[in-house]
Design a protein around this ligand. Structure first.
Ligand code: GCV
Length: 851
């Protein structure tokens, strides 16, 4: 310990994998200065061995020893004389408020402010530090709060109560029981395989599941739904229910309850009934029995999460029953046990909408489907609503459904795993996006009606409700695939506890806990993270047009065309002169009219619609002039240049932190940032080329399709390589790439360098598919500049990419290369498997130029 304290100021930081996330309890700078101010004993009040109170006590012991190098042993008080535990000058008392009142002597008992379920009181002002929970879980939360202060070097005297604003603070994991298939082990997860399931069953070793519960408890999460909402009925077979009970057992000491997603047709698929009609008595009995069986195994079972009649999932509509009848089927079975049925509002039917019908609109689906059902749901039903009416896009209007359900409790579904926002390969800090949603005022009945006030129950006086976060955590050491992405998980928990938490403050606390107290680290991570969502929006989809990613495959790289001309309803209706969804009542899909009158009126008119949602609500000419004076099309071009330029600043910003961050986390993050900077240029060029092609309107600054530093691969002298027309066309510079003549053969492309002698960053844009590990070599005047392999797929967990397109497009840069006059550049590629060593272009970038 002493050694590590001495080494820290020198910047010699030990390698870390990221598995401890923000719970590293790293020794704080000048820890010795705190000597005498840190308690030396924890007194755990009347706690059983598996109680969250004891977990909290042990966490305090471990944390204080690690942060300050000082022991702080746990003693357990089980009633009777309080001297049972030795009372040194300074101790921490942790327990429930009820236990505290038996423990404390009458004369020294402190008045405790009012606490709601899971709330806690932290008081460091007296001789004893008090950590008191309204319940055992609350006490654990208090322990984590105190440790977080200590780990940030904050020993100021405080006394306050902290209460969660909502009872539902859940994580949804979209974990499949089996790996393989189109979605792998964790659907939309980029951090490895499922923590819970393998080969159709619950994993024998649940060590990581317990560690996950610890991490989640530290940010106030009280339940995890462990299996995919695209559920499989076999989760309910008796082997799996035994397994599920084992997961609940490892969660319990952390106060984390377990929930399950259900396959609506299970009575038929698993129970061998000939129906799954929610009103059929045999179906009702089947669900009642299975629910009772679950509670026998998991007495504190949280409840069910149901995706029905959506994306191929069966549901009550299959039998002409309402969604409320479907939800109540489960709610009734859960009610005697105190469980909750969370029913998802993500219901749409892609077979009934058609882009050529001007009034058709997937964004209308949820309100249409839930119309007239508000007074039909049982009290233990919560309707879980994605933040926008489509699907976790880079920007969406708030879902209008929040304003329609007044008698029904609702929760907001946020996606921590950024399926449409760079899949944790790109950096995107999501708290600012979430806060825009939570703070949005729907003005129901002309009165303040923010989304946060609706889901926390204050607006419509509901007692349930809250937050669901789709986390996508997996079993690699970083949990989410990227170190910097963990700020999103942290911020999600903090916002679910208190939706007013500030994006920067959360980020900075997280940075301190995760990386370093050094101001340079805090400032740099803040600057990168706060710029990241705007940058991503800049180079993906602007003005509310959605992310413009490939929605048919991967949801990762640029592919605007994939959103049009299909029944998935993520359209933006671009033609040669106009673009955008007309969602007005007067002339469009009527979606604006799903909002309460004040908001509807604002969205109805171009002038009063916020510009960042202009094309979400309006169909306009590319030449429409924005408040900035730019036309829509010029705004697209500029935003893509600006956004990708910001992304290209991230690697150097991160590099400036090298002395402060351990090598492993530093290198792993740098790898992603460098890749993402290159990929942001792929995005930029792809989207700009596409819209230039559609609109025929040139970039005023003459950047689009004009790349003076590039040599197109298809224009080089080719041997064993041939030109390849890329689909979509805009995913290649000049629409063509080159591929080797056969998958396993070698090819070369040679050209003379038409630039003056000098120092250049030489960038090769190529494609790395998952179907092989081709190799490339780059030569200048026959001397090797560098060689590399097409093995990107092993280093990141993003969508697996089979094709030569905007998702597999990638850049390799060699910095500061000396190029002689009249040099010859040659690239040699060797195919492997089915990967034909594709190359798009080579750039010779003068120092400081990004292109
Ligand atoms: C779990 C989107 C995602 C799907 C997800 C679905 C949902 O369509 O791409 O992977 O399925 O939303 O939220 O149910």
């Amino acid at each position: 310990m002493l050694l590590s304290l001495l080494l820290l100021p020198l910047g010699l930081v030990a390698a870390e994998t990221g598995i401890d996330a923000w719970l590293r309890y790293a020794p704080i700078p000048e820890a010795h200065k705190y000597a005498g101010r840190i308690p030396t004993q924890v007194i755990a009040l009347n706690s059983s061995d598996l109680s969250p109170v004891l977990t909290g006590a042990k966490e305090l012991e471990q944390g204080i020893s690690s942060i300050f190098g000082q022991s702080c042993n746990v003693n357990r008080w089980h009633g009777g004389h309080r001297g049972g535990a030795q009372r040194p000058t300074s101790s921490i008392v942790i327990g429930t408020v009820a236990e505290y009142s038996s423990y404390a002597a009458k004369d020294s008992k402190k008045p405790i402010p009012k606490l709601v379920n899971d709330g806690f009181y932290l008081d460091t002002t007296g001789r004893e530090v008090l950590i008191l929970g309204s319940n055992e879980r609350g006490a654990l939360y208090g322990a984590f709060e105190y440790l977080s202060l200590l780990a940030q070097g904050n020993v100021t005297k405080v006394a306050y109560a902290s209460n969660p604003e909502v009872p539902i603070r859940w994580i949804n994991q979209w974990d499949n029981l089996r790996d393989g298939g189109t979605h792998g082990s964790v659907e939309r997860g980029y951090g490895g395989k499922s923590l819970f399931f393998w080969n159709g069953e619950v994993r024998p070793d649940l060590t990581r599941a317990a560690q996950y519960a610890r991490l989640l408890a530290s940010i106030g999460i009280n339940a995890v739904v462990v299996n995919n909402v695209n559920a499989n009925e076999t989760i309910l077979n008796s082997t799996n229910l035994d397994g599920v009970a084992r997961i609940a057992d490892v969660f319990r000491p952390y106060g984390v309850q377990l929930g399950l997603s259900l396959y609506f047709a299970s009575p038929k698929a698993l129970g061998a009934l000939n129906t799954f009609d929610p009103l059929d008595q045999s179906v009702i009995n089947w669900w009642t029995n299975i629910t009772d069986e679950i509670y026998e195994r998991v007495p504190d079972f949280a409840g069910y999460l149901v995706k029905a009649n959506s994306e191929g999932q069966p549901g009550p509509l299959t039998y002409n029953r309402t969604l409320a009848q479907g939800a109540n089927l489960f709610a009734k079975a859960l009610q005697p046990h105190g469980g909750v049925c969370v029913f998802r509002a993500f219901v749409y039917d892609s077979t009934t909408i058609n882009e050529t019908v001007w009034a058709d609109d997937r964004a209308n689906a949820a309100v249409d489907f839930f119309d007239g059902l508000d007074d039909q749901f049982m009290d233990n039903v919560v309707v879980q609503i994605k933040y926008g009416p489509i699907d976790f896009q880079v920007r969406e209007a708030v879902s209008p459904l929040f304003s329609h359900l007044r008698q029904t409790a609702t929760s907001v579904e946020l996606q921590i795993t950024p399926e449409y926002l760079g899949q944790n390969v790109h950096l995107v800090y999501l708290a600012p996006l979430w806060k825009e949603i939570l703070d949005f005022d729907l003005r129901v009945d002309g009165a303040p009606s923010t989304v946060k006030s609706i889901v926390n129950g204050t607006r419509f006086k509901n007692t349930l409700g809250g937050f669901a976060g789709v986390a996508g955590a997996g079993n690699n050491q970083t949990w989410l695939g990227s170190h910097l992405a963990m700020s999103n998980l942290y911020a999600y928990g903090k916002l679910a506890w208190n939706a007013d938490a500030d994006s920067v403050e959360m980020l900075q606390a997280w940075t301190k806990l995760t990386f370093s107290h050094d101001q340079k680290v805090i400032d740099t991570v803040t600057s990168m993270s706060m710029a990241s969502w705007p940058a991503y929006e800049g180079f993906s989809g602007n003005l509310g047009i959605q992310t413009l990613t490939n929605i048919l495959n991967g949801h990762y790289g640029p592919d605007p065309q994939s959103q049009e001309n299909n029944p998935y309803g993520q359209w933006y209706r671009a033609d040669a002169t106009t673009i955008g969804m007309d969602r007005t009542v007067s002339n469009g899909t009527g979606n604006a009219g799903q909002y309460p009158p004040e908001v509807a009126a604002a969205y109805e008119s171009v002038d009063t619609t916020p510009e960042n949602l202009l094309l979400w609500f309006h169909h306009l000419p590319y030449t429409h002039v924005l408040k900035s004076g730019e036309t829509i099309i010029q705004h697209f071009y500029n935003a893509h240049y600006n956004g990708s330029a910001v992304s290209n600043t991230f690697p150097a910003q991160w590099e400036s932190l090298k002395p402060y961050i351990d090598t492993q986390r530093y290198e792993e993050q740098l790898f992603r940032l460098v890749y993402a900077a290159g990929h942001s240029l792929v995005w930029r060029d792809s989207i700009n080329n596409y819209f230039f092609n559609v609109s025929s309107i040139a970039d005023e600054q003459n950047r689009v399709l004009n790349h003076p530093y590039r040599i197109e691969a298809e224009s080089m002298e080719l041997e064993g390589y041939h030109p390849y027309l890329v689909h979509p066309f805009h995913a290649a510079s000049g629409t063509y790439a080159i591929v080797t003549d056969n998958n396993s053969t070698q090819g070369s492309a040679t050209a003379s360098v038409p630039f003056p002698a000098g120092k250049y960053d030489v960038a090769v844009n190529y494609y790395d598919q998952v179907i092989g590990n081709a190799t490339w070599e780059l030569y200048l005047d026959d001397s090797l500049v560098g060689e590399w392999k097409g093995d990107f797929e092993y280093s990141v967990g993003s969508a697996r990419v089979f094709y030569i397109d905007g998702q597999s497009a990638i850049r390799k840069t060699f910095k500061g290369v000396d190029v002689k006059a009249n040099a010859t550049v040659k690239i040699v590629g060797k195919g492997d498997g089915m990967e034909p060593a594709p190359v798009d272009y080579i750039s010779f970038l003068p120092q400081g130029v990004v292109d």
